[in-house]
Design a protein around this ligand. Structure first.
Ligand code: 5GP
Ligand code: ZN
Length: 113
């Protein structure tokens, strides 16, 4: 996707701080963190948003959760962490390449704002 900033980040056309990378997934630091740890986990394949997940592309989503669990162990996030995906403008999605916010290092309120 030519105009997608996260596709540009994957290609290295926009710099980012690498946390983890494999053939399917890229994890990097959010540019405006809202918690002491704020990573974004994204599939290298462009999927715009969560309601575009289907039986053809869902394997990468399962893999992203495996990667998140691995990072949580490596970073010793024993006190807990939160994973958030906003789907659509009303939910707060601003970048239309599906992403999983991984947030840790402080308490989080519920219900979500
Ligand atoms: P959303 O609002 O779509 O759920 O989350 C988009 C996230 O992407 C925001 O937390 C925002 O700070 C982050 N973001 C937007 N542009 C960039 C960028 O160029 N680099 C990085 N590292 N994060 C970005
Ligand atoms: Zn994209």
């Amino acid at each position: 996707m030519d105009n997608c900033i996260f596709c540009k980040i994957i290609k290295g056309e926009i710099p980012s701080k690498n946390v983890y990378e494999d053939e399917l997934v890229y994890v990097f630091e959010d540019i405006e963190p809202t918690a002491p740890i704020h990573y974004l986990a994204i599939p290298k394949e462009h999927i715009s948003k969560l309601d575009e997940i289907n039986s053809d592309n869902s394997a990468v989503i399962a893999h992203i959760y495996e990667v998140i669990a691995k990072i949580a162990k490596e970073k010793e996030l024993k006190d807990g962490f939160r994973v958030v995906t906003n789907c659509g403008e009303q939910a707060g999605q601003t970048v239309f390449h599906i992403h999983f916010h991984m947030l840790a290092g402080r308490s989080f309120g519920w219900p979500a704002g």
